[in-house]
Ligand binder design. Structure first.
Ligand SMILES: [Zn+2]
Length: 185
C-alpha cells in the first residue's frame, strides 16, 4: 500500500514536470518568434539609418537664423530636440488627404495615407514619404535607447521611430506636430 502511494506521488510529480517542460517550450518558442520580428525591424531601422546618414544636410543655418525664422515652440522641438506636450497637436486628429512637410525647410515628409491613430498623443505614420526624406540616429537620452528621426534636408528634430507600428512596415514614426506643416490636397 505504502509503495503504491509513493508510486502514485512519483507519477504525479512526473506529470507535473512534463507539464512545466511543455509550457517552457511553448514560452521559449513564442519569445523566439518575437525576437525574430524585433530583430528584423531593428535591421530595417539600422539599414535605413546607414542609408540616411550618407546624406548630408542641405539647409544649413545658424542657430540665431533658426531662432528668428521659427516660432518659440517650433525652435524648441526642431533645433533643441524638444517634445511637445501629448494630445496638443492640431494634426493629431487630422485625417484630410494631403502632404505633411517639415516646418523648417518645406521638405515633404509624410503622406496622409500613412497616418494612423496610435493613441500616443502625437501624429503617427507607418512610413516616410520616401527613404531619402528622413535621417535617423540612435538617441540614448532619458535612460532609454530610441531611434531619433530628423528631417534629412535641414537636420531638424522631428520625433522618434518605434517598431510597434501597424502593417505593412511595423514602424511607428511618432512626430511632434509642431514640426509639421500640412498641405491639403
Ligand atoms: Zn527640414
Amino acid at each position: 500500500m505504502k509503495n503504491l502511494k509513493i508510486n502514485k506521488t512519483n507519477s504525479l510529480h512526473a506529470r507535473f514536470l512534463l507539464l512545466v517542460v511543455f509550457i517552457s517550450l511553448i514560452l521559449t518558442s513564442i519569445s523566439c518568434n518575437n525576437n525574430e520580428v524585433n530583430n528584423q525591424t531593428k535591421n530595417k531601422i539600422n539599414n535605413m539609418n546607414n542609408e540616411m546618414n550618407n546624406n548630408s544636410v542641405l539647409v544649413n543655418k545658424t542657430d540665431s537664423e533658426w531662432n528668428a525664422q521659427l516660432t518659440k515652440d517650433q525652435y524648441y522641438v526642431l533645433r533643441k530636440k524638444g517634445t511637445e506636450r501629448p494630445f496638443t497637436s492640431k494634426w493629431e486628429n487630422n485625417y484630410d488627404g494631403g502632404i505633411y512637410s517639415c516646418v523648417g525647410c518645406g521638405n515633404e515628409l509624410f503622406k496622409s495615407e500613412s497616418k494612423f491613430d496610435a493613441g500616443c498623443g502625437w501624429p503617427s505614420f507607418f512610413e516616410a514619404l520616401d527613404s531619402t526624406k528622413i535621417k535617423t540616429e540612435i538617441d540614448k537620452t532619458l535612460g532609454m535607447q530610441r531611434v531619433e528621426i530628423m528631417c534629412a534636408k535641414c537636420g531638424g528634430h522631428l520625433g522618434h521611430v518605434f517598431d510597434d507600428g501597424p502593417k505593412p512596415t511595423g514602424l511607428r514614426y511618432c512626430v511632434n506636430g509642431v514640426a509639421l506643416n500640412f498641405l491639403k490636397k
